[in-house]
Design a protein around this ligand. Structure first.
Ligand SMILES: [Zn+2]
Length: 130
């Protein structure tokens, strides 16, 4: 026997955006007391990641993102922000393996296929290397 679900769906409130999110709850009460209903319901609206965090979205106009966090020592361990381990494609960083005060610098950069010639020309113009 399948259990009933209580879905809550929002469409991004950014004009023209078709992104949506559906949250599902086990009970009507879970839905009515949900974070999502309190924060996005009653006309407040919801924004997709593309429109809530546009600086994180890589694009031709935003080809590089940058994030930095410094580890700190706490009574129960060493952390980068709220995390003892930070991971992403190509790396792992355990805060406990490194001294407190270590700065973790994460950069993501895209190279569009049609921009390689353009980019290489601009590097030659100013003489710098990547
Ligand atoms: Zn959106």
């Amino acid at each position: 026997m399948s259990r009933r679900e209580y879905p809550l769906r929002f469409q991004c409130k950014h004009p023209g955006c078709a992104e949506s999110a559906t949250y599902r709850y086990s009970t009507r009460r879970d839905l009515s007391e949900s974070f999502e209903l309190r924060h996005y319901g009653s006309g407040k609206g919801w924004l997709c990641l593309r429109h809530s965090e546009p600086d994180r979205v890589l694009s031709a106009d935003n080809p590089t993102t940058h994030f930095e966090v410094v580890s700190d020592e706490r009574p129960h361990g060493r952390y980068f922000g709220h995390n003892g381990l930070v991971t992403g494609p190509g790396f792992l960083a355990y805060a406990s393996d490194l001294p407190a005060g270590t700065k973790l610098i994460i950069t993501a950069r895209i190279e569009l296929p049609y921009s390689k010639v353009e980019e290489s020309n601009s590097r030659n113009d100013n003489g710098s290397q990547p």
